[in-house]
Design a protein around this ligand. Structure first.
Ligand code: ADP
Length: 456
């Protein structure tokens, strides 16, 4: 148990809230009882005043003062009757020392007050003026508060020792409940700790309770699944990259070894070096592509976001690809509109995207074929189209050609200087521009790649 655990913190908060509730409840109860006891005392005092008034009414004319005094004794230990001139007509011993109240300040209903009486006895007083015939009397009656105070004291005496006991029991219950509720969290934590990089295929058990803990386990499982896929992609990428680099390195090494082993003339060395240079060119391209993909994966490759004229970008890519096309005897037909079509993006990346598509179109189209590049506006999109009359792509391969290192015909692609990364980079550029890329193709008839990008 640590002080920072949720269970302990919950228990402390629960106990604090419970203690406040107990204090409020106990205090409220005592106040209510006190209030009701005072009401009972006040009612009885009012009744006493009514009784004394009735007595004065009945006997005032018939009895002399001495008789009245004698009769008043029957009205209890706390009574004082004062006449209009402020002279006491009668006062029990316990009230004799008290000064007469100011009759003018008593009002119609009289006045209640708590006063210490004879010998410090706490008393509740009612002083009230009554009119009997032509006379006005001030009647003062009182009741001792000792019983009330004792009763309240006893109630407090019962409640106070109970308070810590109830609080302790409630806190223990609260702690037990919070531990029970949080036990699955400990389980999840232990299970999650056991899942390491080499055990990413494992999953947490999902409790199936439909509550937050089920959601937590499910969310963690989804996260582990994403991590597993990302790990798999990274190791696949690393092994593919190593594999791709192995072949050109082996070719270069063999070429150099063969040239060195047998004594040869300058012409043979030149040939060997030319072969190595050609391999190096392809390898440099591959390494550059690998670097670009690695940066894109790490989120480090940031593209610019400025208005770019797609017509100009495609035009420049056509001019660049034109050199290779001419060598192969392929005609690039550029059909671009007069006016610019703007998209938001990175001019360099967009040029590279269309160069990849045009380069492929030239690579996979036999000599004498045609490539057509065009840009059109469709709704709120700019669409760049690269069409060729080449070898086409079999239907079952269409979805795969955008994957890294995927090549329909490995040997052919390599022969053409392909690395299998062009379309993967192309798709990344399109997606970074919030666009889409699709291909429409037929074997031996040609392919059409369409790139849709939102207009600026
Ligand atoms: P590569 O460097 O091999 O060209 P890409 O990623 O650019 O790699 O393309 C992947 C594969 O898709 C290519 O190897 C090729 O088989 C196929 N491909 C791409 N463009 C075309 C096209 N215009 N015509 C026929 N096949 C194509």
């Amino acid at each position: 148990m640590t002080w920072r655990s949720i269970g302990v913190r919950l228990t402390i908060r629960y106990a604090a809230a419970f203690a406040c509730a107990l204090v409020l409840l106990g205090g409220g109860m005592l106040l209510a009882v006190r209030q009701s006891l005072y009401h009972a005392i006040d009612d009885s005092l009012r009744e006493q005043v009514v009784g004394v008034r009735r007595f004065i009414e009945e006997h005032e004319t018939r009895l002399g003062r001495a008789d009245i005094k004698r009769e008043f004794r029957a009205h209890g230990d706390y009574l004082q009757v004062i006449d209009q001139q402020g002279r006491p007509i009668y006062s029990t011993d316990s009230l004799r020392e008290l000064a007469a109240p100011d009759a003018g300040a008593l009002g119609a209903t009289g006045r209640f007050e708590n006063v210490s009486g004879h010998g410090g006895v706490p008393l509740r007083f009612l002083s009230r003026n009554v009119e009997v015939g032509a006379h006005r009397y001030t009647i003062r009656v009182a009741a001792p508060l000792r019983d009330l105070q004792r009763g309240l004291g006893e109630a407090l005496g019962v409640l106070l020792p109970l308070f810590p006991v109830v609080l302790l029991l409630a806190s223990a219950g609260g702690y037990w409940m919070s531990r029970r509720a949080l036990a699955p969290v400990d389980q999840i934590t232990r299970a999650a700790q056991s899942i390491t990089a080499d055990r990413l295929s494992e999953r947490l058990s999902v409790p199936g309770t439909g509550d937050e803990l089920e959601r937590l386990s499910q969310t963690l499982n989804d996260m582990i699944a994403r991590l597993e896929r990302a790990f798999a992609r990274v190791s696949q990428f690393t092994s593919d990259a190593s594999h791709e680099l192995r072949t050109p390195l082996a070719v270069m090494r063999t070429t150099a070894e063969v040239a060195l082993r047998s004594p040869a003339g300058a012409e043979d060395y030149r040939e060997a070096l030319e072969q190595i240079t050609a391999e190096l060119e392809g390898t440099s391209q591959l390494v550059e592509n690998l670097l670009l993909i690695a940066k894109a994966d790490a989120g480090g490759k940031q593209l610019q976001e400025t208005p770019v004229d797609l017509v100009a970008a495609v035009g420049e890519a056509c001019a660049e690809a034109g050199v290779l096309a001419r060598v192969k005897g392929i005609d690039i037909d550029t059909r671009l509109p007069e006016e610019p079509i703007s998209v938001i993006g990175d001019a360099h990346a967009l040029r590279r995207l269309f160069l990849i598509l045009l380069d492929n179109a030239v690579k996979y189209t036999p000599a004498g074929g045609r490539c057509i590049a065009s840009v059109v506006r469709e709704d709120r999109f700019a669409v760049g189209i690269v069409r060729d009359t080449g070898i086409g792509i079999p239907a079952q391969e269409r979805a795969l050609i955008f994957d890294r290192f995927y090549r329909v015909d490995r040997a052919r692609s390599r022969q053409q200087g392909g690395t299998g990364l062009g379309l993967a980079i192309g798709r990344w550029i399109v997606e970074a521009h919030r666009g889409t890329i699709c291909v429409d193709t037929e074997v031996d008839r040609g392919s059409e790649f369409r790139v849709r990008l939102p207009l600026a």
